[in-house]
Every structure is written in structure tokens, then in C-alpha cells.
Design a protein around this ligand. Structure first.
Ligand code: ADP
Ligand code: MG
Length: 328
């Protein structure tokens, strides 16, 4: 572990806007030197949490600790954090290098020194060749790398990113997320990345913290959260699961753990309602008793051995040890 990695801890952090409780007594110990995704639906309190950590929003109650020090009331520049915004907010009239050097200018660092540091940061994000361009002469992906360099030039312990990929097209989003991951590993500092995309969180995160309705619903490694969701909300939000109420409780079962058989020969009977070709897999949805829907995700070759059609009666099969009991 790098020596300059400091642990972030939230202690019963609350944010109220008038009568709205945007963040409700959230406590969490973030893993040091790791890539953490704060994941949840729109309005659940992710950005408010991030802005309080950055110091762009006051804390209504509770404390934020970085490396054991209470930073809750420090100005943003003194926290050891840096924020990359959803809209990159680059200064249109400043060159790439000047944008990156901006915070050093505010600190009174002399021009030679700040352009040298900006040069190092641009090298880090592979933009040295474009140092003299203006922001509107850059692609979306390049603008994002400038914004990253600009945040990193302050040498933060913790980089905060609010939906950093949402303005990019799907192809570039996947490319940039790999770059973010690589950068975090190179710099050996912690990244805290807010997203509402479960695929993004699964691809990037050492740890996923799932928020819902102003609280943390579940936190764990990407694999833990995906494979062992605690609640129906997490199972549905992470995707790839069915949530079914059986005689003795509510369960999650991964769609790729459900198979099809002849009616009467499976774990439960149903009627096919929809078939979706997804390239490598075919998703077959069926209605079962209690007006519930179960989806089986079949390898395409398996599906096409004996293709089904909407309206067909089928058996849905699973191993009972694949059923994962949910707490709510
Ligand atoms: P997320 O980033 O998960 O979409 P936010 O933290 O932006 O969620 O918002 C959480 C809740 O707080 C929402 O109900 C939102 O409308 C409210 N909220 C956010 N910012 C403000 C604000 N500046 N003033 C009043 N309400 C706000
Ligand atoms: Mg937000």
C-alpha cells in the first residue's frame, strides 16, 4: 500500500435541504487505495454525498474523516480531495495546459513551475501533444482527460468523480472507464466514482456501495454485491437476477442459472411471454403463478437447439442451491 493513501470514513453523515433528507445518517469505512463506486438510482443522494466529501456542500450532521482527521469543515482546497465534475467545466478561453495549471495559479505558484507540473499531468493522461489547444478543439474523451489532469494536479489523496462517463458515447465510455481504472492503479490513490450504471460499477469497482433512498443499502466487492444481493432492490438494480416469491420467502436467482425444460419437468411451470436475442445469449421470459415473471438467460446455441416462441408452455429449472434468500 502506498504511504500517502488515506482512508475515508463517513460517520453518520446527513444532508438536509429544507425538508428533504438527501443523505440519511450514512456511515461507511471506505477501503484505502481502491476504486469505489457509489451506485444507485437518480435522486438517491450520491452527488450530495460526494459534494459533502469534496467540501462543495455543507454537512448537516455527522463527520467526514480522511486519514483519521475530521475534514468536514475544511475548505475544499485543504481537504486532500479533488473533484472531477459531470460537465467537465473547462475554461473555454484557456488552453489545455492553462486549464490544467489553473489551480496552481490560484495558489500563487509561478508560471514556469505550474506549466512544468501541467506538462507532467498531461503526459500522465496522454495529452502532451494537445497542450496548446482550446477545449472546443477537443473531442469529448480528450476534454475528459483534461478535466482529469486538472483534478490530479493538486495531488489529491482521494479523487471524486461524479458520473464522469455519462456525457460520452457508449464506445468511448468503455474505453475511458478502462483508462480511469488504469490511472487509479498507477497513482495508487483512492477514486470514489458516482454512477447510476451497474455495468460501469461492476467493471470498475473494487468495492461497490449501493445507495437507495438516502441510505447505503449494501456494500461489498463487485462480485459479492452481484452474487449475494441482500435485498430485492439490490438484486433488481444490479440486474441479471430474477426476484421471485416462493412459498417460504423471497429469493433471487441469476437469470443464467435458470434453464428450460418440458412443461412439468422443471422446478416450476410457466408460459413464455418474450424472447430477446442478445448476441451470445437469448433471454427467455416466462410468466409463472402469482403473476410473476422469470427470465432464463440461455447460451444462444442451447436456445436454438429447441427454440421457443411466446405462448409456449415451458418448465423452468434451477438447482435449489442457486436460490439466494433475500431479506426484504
Ligand atoms: P443523486 O446524485 O443520487 O441523483 P442527489 O444527491 O443529487 O442525488 O439528490 C438527492 C436528493 O436531494 C434529491 O431528492 C434531490 O432533489 C435533492 N437535492 C439535491 N440537491 C439539492 C439542492 N441543492 N437543493 C434542494 N434539494 C436538493
Ligand atoms: Mg447525481
Amino acid at each position: 500500500m502506498s504511504l500517502n493513501t488515506k482512508e475515508l470514513e463517513l460517520v453518520s453523515v446527513t444532508k438536509r435541504y429544507g425538508d428533504t433528507v438527501a443523505v440519511d445518517a450514512v456511515s461507511h469505512h471506505f477501503r484505502p487505495n481502491s476504486y469505489t463506486c457509489l451506485l444507485g438510482p437518480s435522486g438517491c443522494g450520491k452527488s450530495s454525498t460526494l459534494r459533502m466529501i469534496a467540501g462543495h456542500e455543507t454537512v448537516s450532521d455527522g463527520a467526514i474523516l480522511l486519514g483519521g482527521v475530521d475534514i468536514s469543515h475544511l475548505p475544499p482546497a485543504q481537504r486532500g480531495t479533488a473533484m472531477m465534475f459531470q460537465s467537465y467545466a473547462l475554461f473555454p478561453h484557456l488552453s489545455v495546459a492553462e486549464n490544467v495549471a489553473f489551480s496552481l495559479k490560484m495558489k500563487g505558484v509561478d508560471k514556469g513551475e505550474r506549466l512544468k507540473k501541467a506538462g507532467e499531468m498531461l503526459e500522465l493522461v496522454d495529452l502532451s501533444a494537445l497542450a496548446d489547444r482550446l477545449p472546443d478543439q477537443l473531442s469529448g474523451g480528450q476534454q475528459q482527460r483534461v478535466a482529469l489532469a486538472r483534478a490530479l494536479i493538486t495531488r489529491p489523496q482521494l479523487l471524486l468523480l461524479d458520473e464522469p462517463l455519462s456525457a460520452l458515447d457508449p464506445f468511448l465510455r468503455i474505453k475511458m472507464r478502462a483508462e480511469l481504472r488504469k490511472l487509479q492503479q498507477e497513482l495508487k490513490i483512492s477514486f470514489l466514482h458516482v454512477t447510476h450504471g451497474q455495468d460501469e460499477a461492476l467493471a470498475l469497482a473494487d468495492e461497490i456501495v449501493v445507495m437507495n433512498n438516502a441510505v447505503i443499502e449494501q456494500a461489498g466487492t463487485a462480485r459479492e454485491v452481484f452474487n449475494t444481493p441482500k435485498t430485492a432492490f439490490v438484486a433488481r438494480f444490479m440486474g441479471g437476477h430474477n426476484v421471485v416469491s416462493l412459498a417460504d420467502g423471497t429469493y433471487a436467482i441469476r437469470a443464467d442459472a435458470v434453464g428450460l425444460s418440458a412443461p412439468g419437468a422443471g422446478s416450476i411451470d410457466g408460459t413464455v411471454t418474450a424472447i430477446e436475442f442478445q448476441g451470445t445469449h437469448v433471454s427467455v421470459s416466462a410468466r409463472i403463478a402469482g403473476d410473476q415473471e422469470v427470465t432464463a438467460l440461455l447460451p444462444d446455441a442451447r436456445f436454438f437447439e429447441q427454440p421457443n416462441n411466446p405462448g409456449d408452455p415451458v418448465g423452468l429449472t434451477w438447482e435449489t442451491d442457486q436460490l439466494h434468500k433475500l431479506s426484504a
